[in-house]
Design a protein around this ligand. Structure first.
Ligand SMILES: [Mg+2]
Length: 221
């Protein structure tokens, strides 16, 4: 992370504006579809019959599943070149821009990836016009959100993510947060583990914007 981006994150933690914390993969950038295309280009396929990568990647020619070790190296290989494959999710940029303007909100991206991929992903976000600061961490997302809001328990926080485990982490660490479940690759959503209680499913970005507007209105913003 550059010093400038570190300073932007520090400023977010001092702010008392509404905070929108937004996951990247499957929320701002497509992940499942481009990862499938990446695997295809290597003669493999991801079968989305259950919600996991391990055990679901097959060699196309033989129909044999690959070992877990190979799954990890495909994922690592994908992140090394993800900027050549991943595209923005429909209406993400327009909607985030509108949320920021309408609600005078702070927006931050929180992505669960090794920090060594930060620069490549930062450049990809910038290329598509997503200029908001980004935190790349493998730590629990709840800890990261709590660090941004710690001394302001009344600060409105909305958290948008596709994975139940991340919602659980954030709801435990920041109990008043609005949890929104958004997932670009719809066919996989029915295979997810159940969402924690209190998380709202939204089909697309306009629905997320509506839920955030309702939440903020109820909190006097
Ligand atoms: Mg995600």
């Amino acid at each position: 992370m550059t010093p400038a981006e570190c300073e932007r994150i520090a400023a977010l933690a001092r702010s008392d504006r509404p905070l929108i914390v937004c996951d990247i993969d499957e929320v701002v950038l497509e992940f499942v579809a481009p990862f499938m295309a990446f695997l295809e280009s290597h003669g493999h396929e991801l079968r989305t019959t259950s919600f996991r990568l391990k055990g679901n990647i097959y060699i196309k020619e033989t129909g044999q599943p690959v070992e877990n070790e190979a799954v990890s190296s495909f994922l690592e290989g994908f992140f090394d070149v993800h900027d050549a494959w991943q595209k923005p999710v429909d209406e993400a940029l327009e909607t985030l821009t509108e949320i920021e303007r309408t609600h005078d909100a702070d927006i931050v991206f929180l992505t669960a990836m090794p920090p060594r991929h930060h620069a490549r992903r930062r450049a990809l976000l910038d290329l598509h016009g997503f200029s908001h600061p980004m935190i790349a961490t493998e730590d629990a997302k709840g800890d990261a959100v709590a660090a941004l809001t710690g001394d302001r328990p009344d600060r409105p926080v909305a958290f948008i993510d596709d994975l139940p485990s991340n919602h659980l982490s954030v709801l435990s660490a920041v109990p008043g947060a609005l949890g929104l479940h958004l997932m670009a690759y719809k066919a996989l959503a029915p295979h997810l583990p159940p969402m924690p209680e209190g998380v709202t499913n939204v089909d697309d970005w306009p629905a997320a914007a509506k839920a955030i507007a309702d939440y903020l209105a109820a909190r006097g913003h």
